[in-house]
Design a protein around this ligand. Structure first.
Ligand code: FA5
Length: 341
């Protein structure tokens, strides 16, 4: 049989093998049998060496055409297999628009995020803007500009994580007060929610990573009366009833005078119970009037401008709202706990 005949019979054989394939991977394997590196056609072409130049040309062309013919037949077969696959699966699939879908689990916002959004709504409705700041802060913003001198004993009130480059993880959102004073022109009202970090022993009411919302109002003639009004509005809306407050003296270097704001116990309404340790009051948040040194450090004349500031701990607020007895639940990743909110 001359080469041309041999090639023709290879084409025939290839086509008949390909048309009996039932799956795509069979097609590829069959292709290799004929036109792969060790395929029949390739083997036959090895005999071309003994031919004359003219014959080589003719057979070479013939062989190329044969290869193209097998390849195009292969593609036709691929299409045939795909079409039959889809038509078979359409026959077996039933579309039922009324069949109930499998129920999927839904996520929800973390209770701390929920209360943060609520607080943001309450304050924006009172004309406050929301500010943000970085979690890695400078000593200047976290301490120095807030009237903590280098050797100030109050620095020890908040044990600090330092970074290798001399910065720190902010210990309170009060660092954003400094950014507000440096970047905004009074009068202004802002709140600044954020995550804060302290090098603390963790227990049922202390975390090393927790959330605060800072508030700051600066203007002409801002007084303690404005502070009390704002706090009572906030707390009545959060606890969904009128909340009585009282101020006790509290010390923070960046406020003067500084206060601890207590709320009348929501459980016993001031009569005394185990929740308020029979005092009738619960300590809720520190606050005060902005210290003149802080206003000056921010570039504002303390003779003209006054202000108030407060720092609300969100974790403990959520605990109080839902009667949660251990702060460690919040970051435990415990889904049984989180699914309740
Ligand atoms: C401060 O952080 C001040 N920057 C607050 C402030 C702002 C005072 C503006 C005056 C003016 P303090 O360290 O007390 O203060 O923290 C404020 C609130 O954060 C606390 O009332 C408490 O709710 C919460 N908090 C403090 N430490 C922890 C902790 N380890 N775990 C969980 N919550 C905490």
């Amino acid at each position: 049989m001359n080469l041309q005949n041999e090639i023709e019979s290879i084409i025939k054989e290839a086509k008949s093998s390909l048309s009996s394939c039932q799956a795509e991977d069979q097609l590829d394997a069959t292709k290799n049998l004929f036109i792969g590196k060790k395929g029949k056609l390739t083997q036959v072409l090895k005999g071309i060496a003994s031919l004359t130049v003219e014959e080589k040309k003719t057979i070479g062309k013939f062989a190329n055409e044969a290869q193209a013919e097998i390849e195009s037949f292969l593609e036709e077969q691929r299409t045939r297999l795909k079409e039959s696959y889809y038509s078979e699966s359409l026959k077996s699939e039933v579309f039922d628009a009324l069949r109930p879908i499998a129920s999927s689990e839904r996520g929800s916002l973390h209770p701390i995020t929920q209360i943060q959004y609520e607080i943001e709504d309450i304050f924006t409705s009172m004309g406050f803007s929301i500010m943000d700041g970085p979690e890695v802060e400078t000593d200047e913003n976290n301490f120095a500009a807030l009237n903590f001198t280098d050797d100030h004993p109050a620095r020890d009130m908040q044990d600090t994580f330092y970074t290798v480059d001399g910065n720190l993880l902010r210990t309170h959102t009060s660092a954003i007060q400094v950014r507000a004073l440096k970047n905004l022109k009074p009068p202004f009202r802002i709140i600044a929610p954020g995550r804060v970090f302290r090098y603390e022993e963790v227990d049922a009411s202390h975390e090393n990573t927790f959330y605060q919302v800072e508030g700051m109002v600066v203007g002409e003639g801002i007084s303690i009366a404005h502070l009390i009004y704002t706090m009572e509005t906030l707390l009545s809306r959060i606890f969904r009833k009128t909340v009585k407050t009282r101020l006790r003296p509290g010390y923070f270097p960046f406020v003067e005078p500084g206060f601890e704001l207590d709320i009348q116990c929501l459980v016993c309404e001031g009569k005394g119970c185990s929740v308020c340790k029979h005092s009738g009051w619960l300590e809720l948040l520190p606050c005060g009037l902005v210290h003149p040194n802080v206003l000056s450090a921010g570039g504002h004349d303390p003779k003209r401008w006054t202000g108030f500031a407060f720092g609300l701990g969100l974790d403990r607020l959520v605990m109080m709202r839902y009667g949660i007895h251990d702060i460690r639940y919040f970051q435990s990743g415990n889904l049984r706990f989180l699914k309740q909110f």
